[in-house]
Design a protein around this ligand. Structure first.
Ligand SMILES: C[S@@+](CC[C@H](N)C(=O)[O-])C[C@H]1O[C@@H](n2cnc3c(N)ncnc32)[C@H](O)[C@@H]1O
Length: 420
């Protein structure tokens, strides 16, 4: 196969190195600016790293034995300082403002959730650039030391019970995903097992896991969609997880979203709080289980949260009661459909949409609503920057990027927009 010598001169949007060979450019995963590498063209402007010929000064030895076979943690070969610098450069380029990315309080075992694929030989992550192959997650440094034991006990149990792993190519088999969720500040753990239609011995499995799981949920996804959630069929324990951030306890349904790095999420909440002193009425769009709504409730006369996940909304309502918060209400529905129906004026609106950013109808509704301030929380600064351009009459007053996802190219960015 043809091999090229490439000088890596920059990073692309997805965090891959951009390598130059004459006039041609190639995107090379696991290659970093300052590297000289040998790579094989893969088509569509991509090349696969074969060998590092000259290493960038920013390189470090990755700690994880699965690095580069597993599709996650593509930046583990970069020093943490360099990761923060490169993330800062993304923000600076998009917003034309100096930006210091706040480091994560923890850079190993910082995640509270991992969605492991179950294969016949291993439980782990999809291999880099592969749709079907699975790399074991034994020794993974993202979730917790206990996750190794959970994977080992699970694999043994599945083998003993002769439960077959799902084969995504043949579209046959039973066991699909093992989703492990942890409350880092409560010490709780919830494990979701996602299978195709059949029978899963959930009680017996929970017995095998013993103290490693407070609750085990069994859910069925019989569709062709490769997703790690399904219809809940049975559970042991409570069937939900609890986490505590900044003194507030959140009940989180088995498959609802929650901020993945709770250590950094606390810093994010503190930052937003410092921006919001003494507002009257606050709207929290894409509110999940009420993470921001409830944390900010004591700074507002009233908070209204909107979220499409009906289970998360039920949890948000309950979370308000459990935390003695009585000025927050929640509406289930898509933001783009529900926003126009919410009555009255809002002084402040917080938005925290998925990676795709704001729906055009949400942007139009915000322009009509014209609150004094908008706080835009985003895990995708590219769509965030585009959306902000479309919000009429606002200027970026503050920008605060946070590293929520060490060893990946992702950066969380929050922006305070005020009306001109
Ligand atoms: C990045 S999460 C933020 C959740 C919450 N703010 C938090 O901090 O936990 C985005 C949330 O948007 C919800 N969502 C996705 N599309 C939506 C839509 N069209 N309308 C309302 N909510 C939506 C998801 O279910 C998810 O809970």
């Amino acid at each position: 196969m043809r091999e090229l010598e490439l000088e890596i001169v920059a990073l692309d949007k997805r965090g891959a190195g951009i390598g130059k060979s004459g006039k041609k450019r190639y995107r090379v995963d696991y290659a970093y600016p300052g590297d000289k590498v040998l790579a094989t063209p893969m088509g569509r402007g991509r090349a696969r790293l074969v060998k590092v010929l000259e290493a960038s000064e920013a390189r470090v030895t990755p700690r994880c034995e699965h690095f580069s076979r597993c599709g996650s943690c593509r930046w583990q070969g970069l020093s943490y300082e360099a990761q923060l610098r490169f993330k800062g450069e993304v923000i600076q380029k998009l917003f034309a403002q100096e930006a210091q990315v706040k480091p994560s309080p923890k850079i190993w075992y910082y995640r509270n959730r991992m969605d492991f694929t179950i294969a016949s030989h291993a439980i782990g992550m999809r291999r880099y650039s592969s749709f079907a192959e699975v790399e074991s997650a034994e020794g993974c440094l993202l979730l917790s030391k206990e996750s190794d034991e959970i994977l080992r006990l699970s694999q043994e149990f599945f083998q003993e019970k002769k439960l077959e792993a799902y084969d995504i190519l043949a579209k046959k088999g039973f066991l699909r995903y093992l989703v492990v969720r942890e409350g880092k500040f409560t010490g709780q753990r919830l494990i979701n097992v996602v299978t195709t239609e059949g029978k899963f011995p959930v009680e017996e499995y929970a017995g095998t896991l013993g103290e490693f799981a407070n609750s085990v949920v069994w859910a069925v996804n019989d569709s062709l969609a490769d997703v790690s959630f399904g219809e809940i069929r049975a559970h042991t324990g409570e069937g939900y997880l609890e986490e505590r951030l900044g003194g507030i306890t959140y009940r989180i349904p088995a498959f609802s979203f929650f901020q993945t790095n709770p250590y950094q999420a606390e810093c994010l909440l503190a930052c937003v709080k410092s921006w919001l002193g003494g507002r009257e009425r606050l709207l929290d769009l894409y509110c999940g289980v009420g993470t921001f709504s409830l944390a900010l409730a004591d700074l507002a006369s009233e908070v209204v949260g909107i979220e499409e996940d009906a289970e998360a909304i039920e949890a948000a309502k309950l979370n308000a009661v459990l935390n003695d918060i009585n000025n927050a209400s929640f509406i289930a529905g898509k933001a783009e459909a529900t926003l126009a129906k919410v009555g009255g004026r809002f002084d402040a609106v917080l938005v925290d949409p998925p990676r795709a950013g704001l729906h055009p109808k949400v942007i139009a509704a915000l322009n009509k609503l014209s609150p004094e301030v908008i706080i835009y929380v985003s895990c995708n600064p590219y769509t965030q920057a585009e959306d902000i351009k479309k919000l009429e009459g606002y200027e970026v007053e503050e920008l605060s990027p946070f590293d929520m996802f060490p060893h990946t190219p992702h950066v969380e960015n929050i922006a305070l927009l005020s009306r001109r």
